[in-house]
Design a protein around this ligand. Sequence first.
Ligand code: GLN
Ligand code: ZN
Length: 765
Amino acid sequence: MTTIHNLGFPRIGARRELKFALESYWTGESSRDALKTLGAELRQRHWVEQQGLDLVPVGDFSFYDQVLDMSFALGNLPERVQGFHGDALDNYFRVARGRSAAAKGEEDHGACCGGVAAAEMTKWFDTNYHYIVPEFTAATRFKLDASRLLEQLAEARAQGVKLKPVIIGPVSYLALGKAKDGSGKLDLLERLLPVYAELLDTLAAQGVEWVQVDEPILVTELDADWQHAFNTAYHQLKSARLKILLATYFGQLQDNKYLAANLPVAGLHVDVVNGSREDVQQLLGLLPAHKVLSLGVISGRNIWKTDLNAVLDWLEPLAERLGECLWIAPSCSLLHVPVDLDSEKKLDPEILSWLAFAKQKLDELRVLGKALSQGRDAVKAELAQNQAALAARRTSPRVNNPVVQAAVARIDAQLGCRASAYSQRAPQQAQRLKLPAYPTTTIGSFPQTAEIRQARSEFKAGRLEEVGYQAAMRAEIERSVREQERLGLDVLVHGEAERNDMVEYFGEQLDGYAFSQFGWVQSYGSRCVKPPILFGDISRPKAMTVSWISYAQSLTDKPMKGMLTGPVTILNWSFVRDDQPRSVSCKQLALAMREEVLDLEKAGVRVIQIDEAALREGLPLRRSQWKQYLDWAVESFRITANGVADETQIHTHMCYSEFNDIIESIADMDADVITIETSRSDMELLDAFENFHYPNEIGPGVYDIHSPNIPTQEHIVGLMKKAAERIPAKRLWVNPDCGLKTRQWAEVIPALRNMVAAAKILRAA
Ligand code: GLN
Ligand code: ZN
C-alpha cells in the first residue's frame, strides 16, 4: 500500500475568511476570541477536506506565517517584544506588523498595545509568499513553547484526523533567519538542537508517529558548514521516539542528494515537479532499505490538472520496487495554490476543465493512491476523464495559435536591438525632449481615490456605461495632468486610474489569459494575490493603452510617458503554462507588448516606460541557473522595448535596489533610463551602478512611497548629492521610489513639490 499524504493546506479559506477576520480584528471591529474561533473553524473544515488521506498535516495553519510560528515555538522573540504582558497572539502580531490591534473605535496606530518595529519580511524561496525573518544575535537563547502545536494536535485528535505535525527543520530555520549583529548563525545550532529534541519528545509523548520536518534549503547550494550542520542536527535528533519525514521542495537536490539520502531519518520527501525524476532514480540507489521515499508528484505551485496516467506510468514500477516505503503527495504545501475550483462559476468551462486547485489536487492524489493500491481499473472513470481533459487542452485552438508560434520562431538577435547605441541616442532624445538637468518625473500611478475605484468596479459590474466610465477616467487623468503641471514636473504620467493591477490590466486585454474569481493565494499575513492564468499562446487583439495616453498627451505640451508592464513581470506574477518553457511564454508576451510600444510611438508618445518590478523575483534558487534565466528575461525585455527609433526614450522601473549581482543583465536591457528604489538605503545601493560604470541614465528614488512621511527639500537634495557622487549628474533623474497609488493626494502634492524644488536647487548649483 502506498501512503498518500499532504504537506500543507492553504489556510486563508476559500472565501478569504481568515483575511477578513484578521483585518477586522486588527481594526478593532471584532474580538480576539472571534478570530480564534474562526481559526479553529477553518482548521476543522480543512481537515474534513483532506479526509481519505493517510496522513494529514497539523500545525500548517497559521494566523500570519509558519516561520513566525516556529520562532514563537522556539521562544525566539525579538528583544523588543520580550516582556510584553498582553495576550500571546497580540505579541505575535506585534512582531509581524509592528502592532497588534486597535482598541475598538480607535485608529490603528498601535496606541493600545504599544507599537514596535515590525520584523523584516522576505520571499519564501522562489514563491510569492513572504515570511517573517527570524532574528538572531550571538546572545540568542531558545526555549520551547509547544502550546500552539499541542492545541492544534488536540483539536485534530478530537476530530479523528490521521495527523502528522509539520514543523520547520532546525537547519532551514537558521538559514532563513538573519543575525542582527553579524554573528555566525551556525554557532546557534548547538543551542537550538536541544529545544528541537524537546519538541520532538513532546510530540512523541502525544503518541505522534510521524512528524514532517521541512528542510527546503536542501534544494539550494550549501557550503560544507551547512552540510555539516545537517549531519550534526539529524544525528542529534535521531534518538527521538517518533519518525521524521524530512521534507524538501521547490527544486532539485542535485549535489545535496547524498547528504539528504544519508541523514538518519525515517523518510525523505522530494519534489518531483519542480525537482527532477533523475534525482529520484539516483536516490533509489542511495537510500537505505526501509527508508520511506515520499514523492511530490502533483504540483503545489501551479493550477493545472496533473497527467495522472503519465504519473502512474512512472510510479507503478517504483511502487513495485519500494512497496510500503513509497509515499506520494503534492510537491510542496498547497499554500501556494487557491483553495477550491468549485467556487469558480464564471470561468470559461473549457478552461475550467483543465484546472485543479488545492481540493482538486487532493482528489487527484486519492485517484493515484487508489490506482497504485488497487490497479488502474479501480479508477477507470476518473482516469478517462483526466485524459480527456488533458487531450482537449493539448489540441485546443484556444491554447495553440500558429501565428504566435511562428512569430516566436522568427525572433532573431536583431529584434531586441536599438538602431544605435545609447551614446548616439541620448543627444537625439535630449534635443527632442529639451529637459533640464536633473529632470523630474514619477513612476506612473497617482492615488487611487475611492471615486475611481468605485467607477472601475461599477463599470466592471455593468452598472456604469462605457461613456460614463470613460468620462470618469478622463476626468481623473485631467486632474493628474493639471496637478503635475502645477507642480512643475518635467515628464508627466497619466496616473493609471484605469488600472486596478499592473499585470491584471494587461492580462485582461491579451488573448491567452483567463481570470478566476476566487483564485486567491496568500502573499503575506492577510494579503492575497489573485494571479491571472496564462493558458494559451499570447496575442494582443488591439491596442491597450494608446487611447488613454494619447488623451493625456493632448492635455499638455510636456512629454507624457506611455506606461506598460514588461513581459517578465507579467509572467512572474501569473500562473504560467506547464506545457511549454517559461522562456517561450515570456517571448510571446514580449512580442505582444512590443506591438503596444510601437503603437504608442506611432501615436507620438516620446517616452515609454516598461515596468519590470518582478524581474529579480524570477531568479532561480540556484546561482548556477541564474544566467540562463537572465538571458531569456533580458532578451524578452529587449524585444518589447527596443524596436523604437533612437529619439524615443525608453524607461524601465524596478521596485528594489539590489543590483550588484545582476547589474550586467540590467545594463544589457539597454533602457535609456532606469528608475529604482533607493530612498531608504541612503543611495549606497547605487554603488553597484558606479562600480559597473553603468552607462545609461538612472533615477534613484528619493521619496519613500511606503511611508506617509513627506520628504523635505533638504533631504532630497542631500540624497541626490550622494547620488551625484556616484553617478555623473547629467545622467541623473529625480523621482519617487515607486508608484503613488497607495498614497493620498494630500501627501503626494507636498512631497512632489519638495522634490521639484530640490531639483531646482540642484540645477542652480
Ligand atoms: N507604474 C507602476 C506604478 O506606478 C509601477 C508599480 C511597480 O513597479 N510596482 O504603480
Ligand atoms: Zn516600483
